[in-house]
Design a protein around this ligand. Structure first.
Ligand code: GRF
Length: 188
């Protein structure tokens, strides 16, 4: 069975969608959740699902200790699901081609530094875009610049707020993220 490691800084609704999906298919299991926040909602999910977790700080993040801990799980993929730190080059090199991220917009637009969470949706609305969407991409050393794997679009509706647009984007994420992982695992 494939092992997945999820990195998340927030609520963890994508983590939950991935865990639920693979509980049904049995093709993979989430063997570790890594977070940089003591109070991240994703830790509640880890507890509920009895999945081990690791709370990291900036200093140990890039260290070999962390890499060794990750290697132990022999992951097929490292999945960034709302993880706000840049992944250090040493980690990218330790897992070549095996780290993927989800971004709540159609990259290369609305990506890069400062473009996370509500900021992305606010910028999309301010620009008067007619559509937005999600991008699932490989992670390389540059923020939000790895090769695109999948993009999915949704309309921006009249009267949308950052919150209503975020909810529509989350729906796309919860559908496409587990299925994209499934696709990648089937090729590995
Ligand atoms: C998602 O919209 C993801 O695209 C972005 O952060 C959000 C995380 O949401 N990078 P959640 O913690 O999975 O609910």
């Amino acid at each position: 069975m494939h092992s997945l490691i999820i990195f998340a800084s927030g609520k963890g609704s994508n983590a939950a969608a991935i865990i639920d999906y693979f509980k049904k298919t049995g093709q993979a299991r989430v063997s570790l959740i890594v977070t940089n926040k003591q109070d991240a909602g994703v830790l509640e999910i880890a507890n509920r699902e009895h999945i081990p977790f690791l709370i990291i700080d900036r200093k140990t993040f890039a260290e070999t200790l962390l890499q060794e801990q990750l290697q132990e799980h022999n992951p097929s993929l490292l999945v960034l699901a709302g993880f706000l730190w840049k992944v250090p080059a040493s980690l990218v090199q330790a897992f070549p081609g095996k780290i993927i991220n989800i971004h709540p917009a159609l990259l290369p637009a609305y990506g890069g530094k400062g473009m996370y969470g509500q900021h992305v949706h606010e910028a999309v609305l301010a620009a008067g875009e007619l559509q937005s969407g999600i991008t699932i991409h490989k992670v390389n050393e540059a923020y939000d610049e790895g090769a695109t794997i999948v993009q999915a679009c949704c309309p921006v509706e009249k009267g949308d707020t950052a919150a209503t647009l975020a909810a529509r984007i989350h729906e796309l994420e919860h559908y496409f993220f587990p299925r994209t992982i499934e696709f990648l695992l089937s090729k590995s």
